[in-house]
Design a protein around this ligand. Structure first.
Ligand code: GLN
Length: 559
């Protein structure tokens, strides 16, 4: 009877078996950075999830910052924030967008955090007079954190992406920790996937395997031998080449996986499925009885993405626009919302510092919608305010996020309420109309790391508002990352003049959403809705904003 049940309900078998012990996959990178380890890790995770396994991903970063919260976007791209308020690497955004499950504080660990823990323990006297060393104390702490999510009983598979490139001095302790874990664990509980580059030399018309051979050798010198080699390449790898890589790198030929450049990151899971990456992994980890991959929703999304029926142009106003990664989650949210609307969303960059009253119409009149991005500090804010004014007065669909919402409040204060010096105290400390002010709990904080209002907070939405029709709910939760807020001293003035606070934090009364009822689409949110958009659950404000942009375009085309 038992055999019968297990035969026909393999996931039951999987869960009973794996509940006892999670399995671990480590993803390393060689040859160069920016090969897309995060996307490969997320794609593998997606495939395993689609086969019925409970999967999560975590990222270990070799830099000394305790978290990326204090890093400038030019250094590190966007800072992704989890529900529980961790400021993390932007790859966690990919993990969530692919898996449709939230990550947490435990999902991103840096060298800084490891050392901080070890040094704090040393100060407490926890090492009992021992000399504290990289091996075993730092590597023990790395290993403890690598295994942490697996101890919760919530996951069958933990994929750990190691930041950096093999051979970097900084990543040595992480690779050493993987070596030790491989040595400590049963063979079938742990494996390593190594991502490398196979460059194409156009002069020789040849793909070259040598850098991959070297990077695998380097990894082996550090004591870790990869089980699978994923090869980023611009040209297809033929069987002969795969065999050569397999021979020189000492893996089986079917463990050499081709990862061609894709037109969308969301195609990578299907490419990896075709290459059989998930099957090799399942075999190595001795996981049997897995289901056929359930990717119906994913394929539907890809179809819509590939064959849009219309196109809209959205202007993204920010100060880091030359840097794709700075607004990663916003750009991906537009991909999700665009597919939902069967519409290609072309996001054009508008540098806030170049906008003036004189050129604003010329810069924005061809747009179907305007998004004013989050940000910090003074640079470019006047341009943002000028752009909001244009959107408000010209019925251009407007969406302001965090600083973008604050700009909308300042613009309204200046140009509708007539307070010429309305401002945020972030920009001008002694303005006579501080319509955006530092939150009370922020006033005594001086340290910069991890001290903003971070993570998920509830928001209560007023019925009958635009926000209500977007969310189709009165109580929502969204993630935050800010220090300043709408100054409630002015709430009645704004409301009387027509800018409605349609969402508030139920406990503190902090304004979370503002909107203009006499406008086709004008909404500003203090939180970061882009952090929760996934392929399977596109964020509703983005979906409705793209819809409004489509309608605006139709109207303009009809004239
Ligand atoms: N600088 C603003 C604040 O701290 C906005 C932050 C943001 O856009 N994330 O409140």
């Amino acid at each position: 009877m038992l055999i019968f049940i297990f035969l026909f309900f393999p996931s039951l078998y999987l869960n009973t078996k794996i509940m006892i012990m999670a399995k671990y996959i480590f993803v390393t990178g060689g040859v160069t950075s920016s090969l897309g380890k995060g996307i490969i890790a997320a794609s593998l995770a997606k495939l395993l999830q689609a086969r019925g396994l409970r999967v999560t991903i975590q990222k270990f970063d070799p830099y000394i910052n305790v978290d990326p919260g204090t890093l400038n976007p030019y250094e590190h791209g966007e800072c992704f924030v989890t529900d529980d308020g961790a400021e993390t690497d932007l790859d966690l955004g990919h993990y969530e967008r692919f898996l449709n499950t939230p990550t947490s504080q435990a999902s991103n660990v840096t060298t800084g955090r490891i050392y901080q823990t070890v040094i704090n323990k040393e100060r407490e006297g926890a090492y009992l007079g021992k000399t504290v060393q990289v091996i075993p104390h730092i590597t023990d702490e790395i290993k403890r954190r690598m295994l942490l999510l697996g101890k919760e009983g919530k996951y069958d598979i933990i994929i750990t992406e190691l930041g950096g490139t093999v051979g970097d001095i900084e990543s040595l302790p992480f690779v050493e920790a993987v070596r030790q874990l491989q040595w400590e664990m049963p063979e079938e509980d742990c494996m390593v996937v190594h991502l490398t580059l196979i460059p194409y030399l156009s002069a020789a018309k040849e793909l070259k395997t040598k850098p991959t051979q070297h990077s695998v050798r380097l990894l082996s010198q550090e004591g870790v031998h990869p089980d699978v080699i994923v090869c980023r390449t611009e040209q297809p790898l033929n069987n002969e080449l795969k065999k050569k890589i397999a021979l020189f790198c000492n893996v089986k030929p079917n463990a050499v996986i081709e990862a061609m450049d894709a037109s969308s990151i969301y195609e990578v899971p299907l490419m990896m499925l075709q290459e059989g990456l998930d099957i090799i992994v399942l075999k190595k980890l001795q996981i049997n009885g897995y289901a056929a991959p359930e990717l119906t929703k994913w394929r539907e999304f890809l179809d819509k993405l590939k064959y849009p029926k219309t196109k809209v142009t959205i202007g993204l106003i920010g100060k880091y626009i030359e840097l794709q990664d700075a607004y990663k989650s916003i750009l991906e949210s537009f991909v999700h919302a665009g597919a939902m609307n069967e519409c290609k969303v072309k996001v054009v960059d508008v540098h806030s510092e170049t906008i003036t009253e004189d050129n604003v119409a010329e810069k924005l009149s061809k747009l179907d919608g305007l998004l004013v991005a989050p940000g910090f500090g003074n640079r470019g804010v006047e341009g943002k305010i000028t752009a909001v004014k244009y959107a408000r007065e010209n019925n251009l669909p407007f969406f302001g996020i965090c600083l973008g919402m604050q700009m909308a409040v300042i613009e309204f204060g200046r140009n509708v309420l007539g307070w010429a010096d309305a401002n945020s105290t972030e920009m001008v400390k002694d303005t006579t109309h501080p319509v955006i002010d530092l939150m009370d709990e922020q006033k005594d904080i001086t340290a910069k790391g991890g001290t903003m209002r971070l993570g998920a907070y509830p928001c209560h939405i007023k019925e009958g508002t635009l926000a209500h029709s977007i969310y189709e709910a009165t109580d929502i939760s969204e993630r935050h990352r800010h220090r300043w807020e709408f100054n409630n001293k002015y709430i009645a003035d704004f409301e009387k003049a027509g800018l409605i606070p349609s969402g508030k934090n139920p406990a503190s009364g902090l304004v979370e959403i503002v909107e203009l009822p006499n406008h086709p689409f004008f909404i500003g949110v203090q939180y970061h809705p882009e952090l929760k958009s996934t392929v399977e659950n596109p964020q509703p404000i983005f979906v409705h904003f793209v819809k409004a942009a489509k309608e605006n375009k139709k109207k303009r085309d009809a004239v």
